[in-house]
Design a protein around this ligand. Structure first.
Ligand code: HSE
Length: 291
């Protein structure tokens, strides 16, 4: 049996739209074993068929390796909520492709996996950290993926603020305007450079400035009920916050254990139905076990 464990990812980090993403320590686990027919368990009945994203990714992996697609049983164990901006679909894509490599005893080439996964996902910001771990900046140049890992200061403390409702990526993308002015492009470039710097240096006040996005958060916050209140709570205790991926999760950032605990307490008191929990940057990326 092949077991693939893939971390959740928090994409965009505000001004890093479609190119930045960070892996965090929530996981989906996928087990692949030989079977007489295709079997998929651990997801809703509607997805237990050939259209399943994990299976489609497995198929893509097999085709890329010029191998006939074997009959497989896939068992999914998921701790990453769906349609919450934590890269749940990226975990399915990465697991399926990686499983194909392992199935056919081909050494896993992470860069090739990234290329294939990006073809399926459409943008590499979730799939790159799911594969490589840490904070990744990636984009496609002349058909090839450029990837850079950036450091995150160990003093930062993250809180996943996960609402009890979904936001579809499609809705969150269609709400965005089609154009940006030159002035706003300059604003975004300067703030994304500051973002990389502030994430490395641990200077929360700089990070709070860097996370003031003009490209997507002002539009998407309308899709996240209680966004304004959560932002106010974070501001009041001098913590940073951004929309994780296309939402609905909000990612809080503190610079001490005390402030992290206070953030969790205040938001949980205000929104008891939400899942509010500490998360850490996960630096390993996809993990493979053959049992
Ligand atoms: N960068 C993507 C977006 C992440 O914000 O739409 C979700 O797939």
């Amino acid at each position: 049996m092949i077991r693939i464990k893939v971390p959740a990812t928090s994409a965009n980090l505000a001004v890093g739209y479609d190119c930045m993403g960070m892996a965090v320590n929530l996981y989906n686990t996928f087990e692949f074993s030989p079977s007489d027919v295709l079997r998929i368990n651990g997801c809703p009945k509607d997805f237990q068929n050939e259209d399943n994203l994990v299976y489609r990714a497995f198929l893509k992996g097999c085709q890329n390796l010029d191998q006939e697609v074997p009959k497989v049983a896939i068992q999914i164990k998921s701790d990453i909520p769906v349609s919450r901006g934590l890269g749940s679909s990226a975990t399915c894509i990465v697991a399926g492709i990686v499983a194909a490599y392992v199935w056919f005893h081909v050494p896993v080439n992470h860069k090739d996996v990234l290329k294939l996964a990006n073809e399926m996902e459409g943008h590499p910001d979730n799939v790159a950290p799911a594969i490589f771990g840490g904070l990744c900046m990636s984009f496609v140049q002349d058909g090839e993926i450029e990837l850079i890992n950036y450091p995150i200061n160990q003093d930062y403390r993250f809180v996943a603020i996960i609402p009890n409702f979904k936001v579809s990526t499609e809705a969150a993308r269609s709400i965005l305007p089609h154009e940006l002015s030159y002035a706003d492009v300059t604003y975004q470039v300067s703030h994304s450079l500051l973002l990389v710097n502030a994430l490395a240096s641990g200077e929360l006040n700089k990070l709070k400035i860097a996370l003031q996005d003009k490209m997507q958060e002002p539009y998407r916050q309308k899709l996240i009920k209680n966004y304004v209140e959560v932002k106010k709570i974070c501001d009041k205790i001098n913590c940073a916050m951004y929309i994780s991926g296309s939402g609905s999760t909000l990612m809080g950032i503190a610079d001490s254990d005390e402030k992290q605990k206070l953030m969790i307490k205040k938001i949980t008191e205000h929104l008891p139905a939400w899942r509010v929990e500490p998360v850490q940057v996960e630096n390993q990326g996809v993990k493979i076990e053959v049992l």
